[in-house]
Write a protein that binds this ligand. Structure first.
Ligand code: PLP
Length: 416
């Protein structure tokens, strides 16, 4: 399939436009969609078909290879449509969000570093993937500057702007925080970066597929995506690179138009394409508003049951599915283990180390060090969940709190 410059492929429509309520395969309550989501049935079907029949190498010039290439380019167009790319060739497939972020940061750094330009600017609430890429750039001579956030994990735009100077090569920011859900208020940062000759990379791994997202409107140069956060498979993602952006590949090779070497993970990419198309249909139907209503119902019920619960970043724009919750006096790891044993699966924002446990860097940056950070858990809903799930989730947390010895008025819990 030859691709004309500036042309976005017409994408064949799917038989299934919106996933049926997902049968999660077990009766438990899964509340960890920010960690990963279940592949949609149409994704599994398309991947199986690709493995079974479309397994040729997309770089081969024979007929099966050309058919494989066509599958690859259809998937690319679907992902390009999801993020409103001007040109499908701006999408470079990777092995996931982490690789996309590393390629964005190191590729921008290597392409643009100069003696006088040596600084990468990020925030103090970046994902571990960004933190490790920044560390790699630091080992190559980059100066890393982190802008602070407020108590709601909001990156302060002014704080970023005032740190941009003639030494700045790249600004790299998380678009939606994976732990708390806080959204980046980008404002005119894209234009301001461009005017200053600074590249802008957004880690949009949690945002894309959950909220309407347009790379063009944001005026970014590089955007990282991951399939498994939007009901696609794990181990596949993409880096969107604006045409003309001064960036260089970090993996040499002829694939992906010379921008990422290595035979493409075609079944994964096909699954990503289908997931992207499903996500687009879901966003067009404003599914994210329903998801926000589910999350809000959870929070309202939890506040009813546990009046002293603390919900972080509740008053700022957030991902529609995420709730960061603290039950004062209840250790998050204990709560998670207990809920897990009850078939309710979620995660915490604290990291366990061999010798000591500490709140995650994100919570620490929000000034939630100490007990507050150790008592915070993340509840993340997903497509297909409803208000009944939200109530079950709130009641499970309240019940756990009671069972684990926190004082909750028992009269408010059904069945007690
Ligand atoms: N960035 C954010 C904000 C994430 O939440 C994640 C995954 O948790 C990543 C990057 C890494 O993506 P992947 O798991 O596809 O490597």
């Amino acid at each position: 399939m030859s691709i004309q410059p500036g042309v976005v492929l017409l994408v064949p429509s799917l038989r299934v436009h919106d996933p049926a309520p997902i049968d999660r395969g077990w009766p438990a309550l899964y509340l960890d969609h920010n960690a990963t989501t279940q592949p949609a049935p149409a994704v599994i079907e398309a991947m199986a078909a690709c493995l079974g029949e479309g397994w040729a190498n997309p770089s081969s010039t024979h007929a099966p290879g050309r058919a494989a290439r066509e599958r690859l380019e259809v998937a690319r167009a679907r992902v390009a449509h999801l993020v409103d790319a001007a040109d499908l060739r701006e999408v470079v497939f990777t092995s996931g969000g982490t690789e996309a972020i590393h390629a964005a940061i190191l590729g921008a750094w290597r392409a643009r570093r100069e003696l006088a330009r040596d600084t990468i600017l990020a925030s103090s609430v970046e994902h571990a993937a960004t933190r490790s890429a920044l560390e790699a750039a630091r080992r190559e001579g980059a100066r890393i500057v982190l802008a602070p956030v407020d108590a709601q994990a909001r990156v302060q735009r002014e704080a970023v702007l005032e740190r941009i100077d003639e030494r700045t090569v790249l600004v790299s920011l998380i678009h939606a925080n994976n732990e708390v859900g806080t959204l980046l208020d980008l404002g005119d940062l894209g234009q301001r970066c461009r005017a200053a000759g600074v590249l802008l990379h957004l880690d949009a791994v949690q945002a894309v597929g959950r909220l309407p997202f347009s790379v063009r409107a944001l005026q970014a140069d590089l955007v990282s995506l991951s399939a498994h956060k939007l009901h696609g498979p794990k181990g596949v993602g993409a880096l969107w690179v604006r045409r003309g952006a001064q960036w260089e590949p970090t993996t040499a090779g002829s694939q992906e138009s010379g921008r990422r070497g290595g035979t493409e993970n075609l079944p994964g990419i096909v699954g990503f394409g289908v997931a992207a198309q499903l996500a687009r249909a879901w966003l067009q139907a404003e599914g994210w508003k329903d998801l926000a209503a589910v999350r809000d119902a959870f929070e309202a019920r939890l506040l009813e049951l546990v009046p002293d619960v603390v919900i972080h970043a509740r008053s700022v724009p957030r991902l529609p599915n995420t709730s960061s919750v603290r039950l004062p006096g209840l250790d998050a790891e204990l709560l998670l283990a207990y809920l897990d044993s009850q078939g309710v699966h979620l995660s915490a924002g604290s990291a366990c180390h061999a010798t000591a446990r500490a709140p995650s860097p994100v919570l620490a940056a929000m000034q939630l060090g100490g007990a507050a950070g150790m008592e915070t858990v993340r509840v993340s809903f997903g497509r297909g969940q409803d208000r009944a799930d939200a109530c079950r989730a709130a009641e499970a947390l309240a019940q756990a709190s009671l069972d684990l010895g926190r004082l909750v008025p028992s009269s408010v819990i059904p069945g007690r």
